[in-house]
Design a binder for this molecule. Structure first.
Ligand SMILES: Nc1ncnc2c1ncn2[C@@H]1O[C@H](COP(=O)(O)OP(=O)(O)O)[C@@H](O)[C@H]1O
Ligand SMILES: [Mg+2]
Length: 199
């Protein structure tokens, strides 16, 4: 029986970094961020619904959705963010399930799903084990501002829109502390992967 691992954390805590460790170890990773992005293709059902709610000012001249503009709208308005989640999350869930089924049939014993909002969206019910990548909030703020080239107030809004890392750590089966070097994180990863392969 395949074991499904839900990989999560906060924004910019290092989920993708750890997802890459899993990939390097030959373990397939389903990336929900990529799936969500693919749903915004011009003309798709999600695309139509999003434009119906957010209007044409989140659309580029070439008809693609301006994700940055969309992001600014939803992180300044909780109810808009919920509306968007209601459109996108069920679709992502369906695609994740079907991709996981394919991987199971291929015989993989471990399958990772990288889900930023694993606990918020109650997706943890659909996985066997949860791994949370955590860092102190000050480090998170700095890495987020650097990675996305955004200023502190907006970065804080994005961080505060999520469940706190403390709460996520309490819910996790395994916690990876990614405040140190990549090598340090890799060492923690190796310990967890050994435990996952054993159990
Ligand atoms: N241990 C680390 N030390 C320094 N920078 C890191 C470390 N882990 C990740 N980063 C950097 O922090 C940023 C966020 O990491 P990322 O894996 O993209 O987070 P997430 O997928 O959780 O949003 C990236 O710019 C990444 O290169
Ligand atoms: Mg990521």
């Amino acid at each position: 029986m395949a074991k499904i691992i839900g990989l999560t954390g906060g924004i910019a805590t290092g989920k993708t970094t750890v997802a890459n460790f899993f990939k390097e170890a030959g373990i397939p990773v389903i990336e929900t961020d990529q799936i969500a992005k693919s749903l915004f293709t011009p003309g798709s059902e999600v695309y139509q619904k999003v434009i119906a709610i957010f209007g044409e000012d989140i659309v580029f001249a070439n008809e693609e959705i301006n994700r940055k503009a969309l992001g600014e709208k939803i992180f300044n308005d909780d109810s808009l963010r919920e509306s968007l989640n209601k459109i996108v999350h069920p679709e992502v869930r369906l695609i994740v399930r079907s991709q996981a089924d394919v991987l199971k049939k291929e015989g993989h014993s471990l399958i990772v799903i990288d889900v930023p909002l694993l606990f918020e969206a109650k997706f943890d019910r659909e996985v066997d084990v949860t791994v949370v990548v955590s860092i102190p909030k000050t480090v998170q703020l700095e890495r987020l501002m650097n990675r996305d080239s955004i200023k502190k107030p907006y970065a804080l809004k994005k961080i505060n829109a999520q469940m706190s890392l403390k709460e996520k750590r309490a819910k996790a089966d395994y916690v990876i502390d990614n405040r140190g070097s990549i090598l340090d994180t890799k060492t923690q990863f190796n310990t967890i992967i050994a435990a996952l392969k054993e159990s």
